[in-house]
Design a protein around this ligand. Structure first.
Ligand code: ADP
Ligand code: MG
Length: 241
């Protein structure tokens, strides 16, 4: 990987809402096939980082790059086409639709039925529990299975980078472990790159290649997952030590 540009790079990004800036020059990097976690208190601007990257709000100054390309002005459709998927903070599963139909929604723009079927089968290979429930209403899934379905749907277009806003929110500790295990496998076996926002700081850092702490719209700490787990200040502020 030496010499290649990082998968994603933010350089002094400023963004916000209306007359206010929330992000004050955020710089961060996500290297290929790594899991990178973003931690920080509520309201510190973590979701705003994702919205700026995904073109849901404008980047007011600074730059966002995907590999060699400047994506500072790209919107969600362009990013999907460029291989970037996002799993938002709030659940987007349709409970009255089957598990399979929910997955197919991840490719609603694609008309090639054979390709869609192939991708559905690929996702079912990755998530056997979803496969067993493929014809059930998604509303009957457990919390963990539902999150797996959202993750699976984000993989339908075969992304290289997935942004996940609090994938473990509302899940029991056992399910959190399961979801994280799935992400780790996807990184190791499919080479997918993940940028995650996580409240579950300790578990997230223990599987992360790199971590960033964001406070009041600025990066205040960064380092390997192990560095952050060992840092006194980070431990006191974010890990409940
Ligand atoms: P986090 O994800 O770290 O909890 P957010 O990025 O969601 O924080 O929010 C950062 C700040 O931006 C907060 O003060 C929040 O109130 C504000 N904010 C978030 N979304 C909007 C919005 N749509 N309009 C105005 N302010 C917003
Ligand atoms: Mg948030």
């Amino acid at each position: 990987d030496e010499g290649q540009p990082p998968m994603l790079r933010l350089d002094s990004v400023t963004a916000g809402y209306g007359g206010f800036n929330i992000l004050h020059g955020v710089s961060l990097e996500v290297r290929r096939s790594e899991i990178v976690s973003v931690l920080g208190p509520n309201g510190s601007g973590k979701s705003t980082v994702f919205k700026a990257v995904y073109g849901l709000i404008p980047v007011r100054s600074g730059e966002v790059r995907l590999g060699d390309a400047d994506i500072s002005k790209s919107g969600p459709q362009e990013l999907l086409r460029d291989g970037v998927a996002m799993v938002p903070q709030l659940s987007t599963v349709f409970p009255e639709m089957s598990v399979r139909d929910n997955l197919e929604l991840g490719m609603y723009l694609v008309r090639d039925r054979k390709l869609v079927k192939q991708r559905v089968d690929d996702v079912f290979d990755l998530f056997p529990r979803l496969s067993e429930r493929r014809n059930q209403h998604a509303g009957l899934l457990s919390g963990g299975e539902r999150r797996a379905l959202e993750i699976g749907r984000s993989l339908m277009l075969d992304p290289k980078l997935v942004l996940m806003d609090e994938p473990s929110v509302g899940l029991s500790p056992i399910l959190v472990k399961e979801v994280f295990e799935q992400l780790r496998e996807l990184r190791d076996n499919a080479g997918i790159t993940f940028l995650l926002i996580e409240q579950n700081a300790r578990s997230a850092l223990s599987m992360s290649d790199w971590g960033y702490v964001i406070e009041r719209g600025r990066v205040t700490f960064s380092g390997t997952g192990q560095d952050l787990l060992g840092d006194e200040e980070v431990r006191r502020a974010f890990l409940g030590d």
